[in-house]
Design a protein around this ligand. Structure first.
Ligand SMILES: *Cc1c(COP(=O)(O)O)cnc(C)c1O
Length: 226
């Protein structure tokens, strides 16, 4: 079942990409495993999943212990990250999507320096103002970028957002469009450790809309593990 679900999701990603005149291969599917037990995740991996997203450091730790050996998986931290968990997160994740304050950014840099890592991060913006109490206010984006520049152990790889939870993607479109606009504006800021490669938006309920508006990374859980 999980295999079929993944195939169906991939087909929908492909169609959305084509409608937008983009290559399906440019879009990274992050399989969100927060509601899935290890055997279900194993099925997803057997179906070709390479990128796994978790919301909590503790849960990710358990899954990594069960799944990592012998596998080249990319781990994504997508849930809210508290400063005191930054130390653990830096050792565990390839990409942290949920960096939403300068304080957290600096804590991650400090922890990454201690283990000699360059941590890839996304800036999470609060574009909906309602669904998520997390995410930086977009008006503070410039300050955040300037805070990233001097840091030696982080790389800003792009932006992440969660669209408003409403019935269906209708209310998500303006958010996705707004985030893409911000993303495009920030392409000018590239250089050094500012890379702006990924635009992480779109979940089970709204990923096609997100792709059509420019997402190149979608985070999908329930459409796979339903
Ligand atoms: C749970 C979660 C997802 C996946 O949501 P689904 O609706 O199950 O696809 C994506 N992003 C974040 C931040 C999440 O917490």
């Amino acid at each position: 079942m999980i295999k079929e679900n993944i195939e169906a999701v991939r087909r929908r990603i492909e169609s959305a990409a084509r409608r937008a005149g983009r290559e399906p291969s440019d879009i990274t599917l992050v399989c969100v495993t927060k509601e899935a037990a290890a055997p279900a995740v194993l099925e997803a991996l057997a179906a070709g999943i390479t990128d796994v997203g978790e919301n909590r450091v503790q849960d990710a730790k358990a899954k990594q212990a069960a799944l990592n050996p012998g596998r080249a998986l990319k781990w994504h931290m997508i849930g809210h990250l508290q400063g005191n968990k930054a130390k653990d997160a830096v050792g565990m994740f390839d990409l942290i999507h949920s960096v939403d304050s300068i304080a957290l950014l600096q804590e991650i840099d400090k922890r990454a320096a201690r283990i000699g890592k360059r941590q890839d991060i996304l800036l999470q913006l609060n574009i909906s103002g309602e669904r998520s109490k997390f995410g930086l206010d977009p008006s503070q984006t410039g300050d955040f970028i300037e805070a990233v520049r001097p840091l030696k152990n982080v790389r800003l790889s792009g932006l992440m957002a969660i669209a408003p939870l409403s019935d269906g993607p209708k209310n998500a479109w303006p958010c996705f469009r707004g985030l893409k606009k911000l993303f495009d504006g920030l392409l000018r800021a590239r250089g050094g450790n500012i890379e702006m490669k990924y635009l992480s938006m779109g979940m089970s309920a709204d990923f096609e809309a997100a792709i059509e508006e420019g997402a190149n990374m979608v985070r999908i859980g329930s459409a796979i593990f339903k």
